[in-house]
Design a protein. Sequence first.
Length: 199
Amino acid sequence: MSVGTPAVFLDRDGVLVDELGYLTRVADLRLFPGAGAAVRRIHALGYPVVVVTNQSAVARGMVSPAGLEEIHAELRAQLGREDARLAGLYMCPHHPEAPLPEWRQDCDCRKPRPGMLVRAARELGLALDERSVLVGDQHTDLECARRAGISALLVRTGKGQDTARTLSERGGVIGICDSVADVPDVLRAWAGRHSGVMT
């Protein structure tokens, strides 16, 4: 068991906000119903909440780093209006076949590789073991959790319906939720089996 605080890592698109393919404008950002309350309730359970998101729209030239910062500022603002806050937000702007050479990298941070989680754990003092959970809607999220050595929780929003249909095994997946709004209840039931997490 690693040293650090158990945390919940959330994918962004399809988990917290509408899946649009590429979110490139602040005006298009829409939290899923219950997302703010879910983040607030997860935090109340004792978990820091950290967003980890692949954002190859930067590498594709569809949004600038500054534009992405504005989108994430709006995400924090919308959550804040529901008294919800993030402990951190990490994004990967790279893609190995990016049209923009400055972002063309086969990096360690792009999920399913666990670089964003490793960095967050180091910077925020978080645990990378089975007590921490990554909530996602795609196989890349589940594989990222596996590589990081943490648990995974699948939501059916975004691309989650297709992921659930093609999920060949449940190893490391602690549950499948209809949406992020259901995540706190799953965590509450699950956390009692793990030390260091309030229930």
